[in-house]
Ligand binder design. Structure first.
Ligand code: SD4
Length: 330
């Protein structure tokens, strides 16, 4: 499907983003700019779509939708899979710690009514997404952080656990020998999961959960739990989520921007591309990865990243595929 897509050169779209100097061909620096003329994937509902290679998470979400469940239930069930999987070292249990050796988690969730819940800097709880959902449904707030989030989780019956696996600890101790902190595109194997789903009723929900950047400063919170940055859903329009270096996504309200661009008429693919170009235009992106993923109300979807290497998993009509996203740099 991806190879069959037609692309417009950015030159013909210069009116949309006037101040970028677009190139229609590969330049000396290797930059290529494109905005697609078609959505990446044609509409089909229900749909589950998630950042990176997450077939098991999509299967768990799809199982909920197969029973006629809400998209909200689906995305929660879906992202709980990598949260509990120690092999996924960017999410939940087994996540890489901060520079002081603590696993700290960020997550958020949004439903079709525009309700939102979020936890940041949460420690010791395997399923931050479920705590985020409890914040949404059981408190008058949107976001709880740190000790307050942990106390709330414990009061809700969540169990306190050690989330630092031997493997993650060993790698961290190795890192301590040089303790150089420089996030590099894809090298940290970004597996943060952002998931969007549309259910039988046509309702959209989303979830995003991560242990954040490996060896981050203690207390650092990324884009993933920030409504509008790591995730945004507007049931009239669509949903979007982001992965990669959160600082770049937060500075541009990335997921909100993608949804707003879809509101203005962009396809999900075009919206993801334009949001990535916004970052490229304003930020130092050279070694940095950011990927966007979006779905609109019709069930069309799209994805785009700054660096090559970003992929996503889509489940539609009972078929699951992992697709390489187009990228700004080649
Ligand atoms: C963050 N956006 O904390 C997250 C990291 C990420 O895959 O996406 N990793 O900045």
């Amino acid at each position: 499907m991806i190879n069959r897509r037609r692309f417009l050169t950015i030159g013909s779209l210069a009116g949309l983003i006037p101040s970028l100097s677009f190139r229609s061909k590969k330049s000396a620096s290797g930059l290529v700019s494109t905005l697609s003329s078609e959505p990446t994937r044609l509409a089909a509902k229900p749909i589950v779509i998630s950042t990176w290679k997450q077939p098991k998470a999509n299967a768990a979400a799809q199982a909920v939708l197969d029973k006629g469940g809400r998209a909200l239930e689906a995305v929660e069930a879906g992202v709980r899979v990598p949260e509990a999987d120690p092999a996924d070292m960017s999410v939940g249990y087994g996540g890489r710690p901060d520079r002081d050796g603590h696993v700290t988690l960020d997550a958020c969730i949004m439903d079709e009514r525009g309700n939102a819940g979020s936890v940041t800097f949460l420690e010791h709880i395997m399923h931050p997404i479920s705590v985020a959902r409890a914040v949404m449904e059981k408190t008058p707030h949107v976001m709880l952080s740190g000790e307050g989030a942990l106390n709330f989780a414990l009061a809700q019956g969540f169990k306190k656990e050690n989330l630092l696996t031997k493997k993650a600890e060993k790698e961290w101790r190795e890192w301590l020998k040089t303790a150089k902190y420089k996030p590099i595109a894809n090298i940290e194997r970004h597996d943060t999961i952002g998931m969007l789903a549309i259910d039988d009723q046509g309702n959209i929900s989303g979830a995003c959960t991560t242990s954040g950047l490996a060896y981050k400063m203690r207390g650092r919170v990324g884009d993933s739990p920030i409504i509008g940055a790591g995730l945004f859903v507007d049931n009239e329009i669509g949903g979007a989520c982001a992965t990669g270096l959160g600082e770049l996504v937060m500075r541009t309200c990335g997921s909100f921007l993608v949804v707003e661009l879809m509101r203005q008429g962009r396809t999900p693919q075009q919206a993801c591309e334009e949001a990535a170009l916004r970052i490229v235009k304003k930020q130092d992106y050279k070694d940095i990865q950011v990927g966007f993923l979006a779905v609109n109300k019709k069930g069309e979807s799209g994805a785009f990243s700054i660096q090559p290497g970003f992929n996503y998993t889509i489940t539609q009509q009972k078929q699951t595929q992992v697709i390489d996203a187009k990228s700004y740099l080649k």
